[in-house]
Design a protein around this ligand. Structure first.
Ligand SMILES: [Zn+2]
Length: 417
């Protein structure tokens, strides 16, 4: 197949857009967003829908022990491992219509366009839907990709439970039962290269009117749970001097943490996204506080130095209560290799799309895949950079250009690797 013939392959922008709209109905919210936590009913429905599309075209469907789903168009050379593209299908509780699913739909579009053109690729090409990327239903937010490549032990992840006490193991069984004809996929099955399309989730591409972001790497992150334990007491009878008020100590701890994480260069990302006071009763001095810390930075030394201070700061600052700090997840900054980045650039140039190299502030499954096989990411612009928000929006044109680069890049990688 010549390069010129490849150039004739065109994604179908209308089909791609319609699928975004259809998928957004699974878990849709009143305010135009999506609430689709990992392997809830709408998420399982979405997996089934994708599997049905695959089946119609005789693509194989595979599910691994953690619930990652693969849809595979066969290649011609048995010794070639798959070229894989995709992303995740779960969302934040007030998530948008594009985060994650756009990467899955772009990859599916690629498979279908290649199939329609009856191109015989050397490598199998696969669409992947990684399980539990957002981590809102099952904590910690370790990703299906991390389990797949062996960076996180599967036993611990399968034992995680949601608020109703349902374990990930049960949720994965629900998925398997819904697609009981899917083939078993071994975790860690080799992959030749991984390419993930994602909305940028930042404002740079839109501000500079750029079509395609070529992602250079992903900044590192450390996540913590902080527990502050005092003593519950009667709000009317207990004098201030006798209290072990977990909330009051937590306020001091948060202020102290804010001070050490203050960064004049504004590169530190420090977020307390969850803060629970218990027992949460008007007339009871709180005996317990739990809060989370999400800390990110592009430099691994800063991640280490600041992150390692958290436990000490909590202990020193909480004068009346005890503190416990548990690190729930840690991932260093990652730089993608050149191979896939250069392929993306070449493909963007061939289509005369504007492009820009940029790092990712958000975490993605590609972080874990990078330790496993040549990996790269395509960013497409999203309106005002808004994401993890029901207002999230990417235009049909941006999505189509991104998907086109995914098709072209997979075919170029097929001839290259
Ligand atoms: Zn995402």
């Amino acid at each position: 197949m010549s390069r010129d013939k490849h150039k004739l392959l065109r994604v179908d922008p209308e089909r791609l857009w319609r699928r975004h709209i259809d998928m957004s109905k699974l878990g849709s919210t009143d305010r135009g967003g999506v609430n689709r936590a990992a392997l809830t009913i709408p998420d399982v429905e979405l997996h089934l829908e994708l599997a049905s599309w695959a089946r119609e075209r005789n693509f194989e469907v595979e599910i691994d022990d953690y619930g990652n789903q693969f849809m595979r168009r066969a290649g011609s050379e048995p010794q070639c491992h798959a070229l894989v593209s995709g992303s995740h299908s779960d969302t934040q509780p007030t998530g948008g219509r594009f985060d994650g699913i756009s990467g899955v739909l772009a990859a599916m579009e690629a498979l279908e366009v290649i199939d329609d053109a009856q191109i015989c690729t050397r490598h199998p090409i696969e669409v992947v839907v990684w399980n539990n990327e957002e981590g809102t239903r099952f904590s910690p937010s370790d990703m299906g990709s991390a389990v797949y490549v062996g960076q996180t032990p599967i036993e611990r992840m399968l034992a995680a439970t949601d608020d109703e006490g349902v374990s990930m193991a049960i949720a994965v069984n629900t998925l398997r039962a819904s697609i009981d004809w899917a083939i078993e996929r071994q975790l860690g099955t080799p992959i030749s290269a991984y390419l993930e399309l994602h909305i940028e989730q930042g404002p740079i591409l839109e501000n500079e009117n750029i079509d395609i972001g070529i992602v250079t790497g992903i900044q590192g992150t450390r996540k913590f749970e902080v527990r502050i334990t005092g003593e519950e007491a009667h709000a009317g009878t207990t004098p201030e001097s006798n209290r072990q008020d977990a909330f009051m100590d937590a306020v001091k701890v948060v202020n102290a943490l804010q001070e050490i994480f203050f960064d004049p260069e504004d590169k530190v990302r420090f977020t307390i996204g969850r803060f629970e006071v218990s027992p949460g009763s008007l007339a009871v001095v709180p005996g317990h506080v739990l809060f989370t810390i999400d800390f990110r930075h592009p430099e691994n030394t800063v991640l280490q130095i600041l992150g390692d201070q958290i436990a000490e700061v909590c202990k020193k600052t909480a004068t009346r209560c005890t503190t416990q700090v548990v690190e729930t997840r840690s991932a260093p900054s990652t730089l993608f290799g050149n191979v896939v980045q250069e392929v993306i650039e070449e493909c963007a140039k061939q289509r005369t799309y504007s492009f820009k190299y940029l790092p990712s502030g958000a975490g993605h499954d590609a972080r874990y895949m990078n330790s496993f096989c040549p990996t790269g990411m395509v960013f497409v612009p999203c309106r005002k950079g808004i994401s993890h928000n029901e207002k999230e929006y990417a235009s049909p044109d941006s999505l189509a250009k991104g998907a086109q680069v995914v098709v072209d890049s997979l075919l170029m990688l097929d001839g290259l690797i």
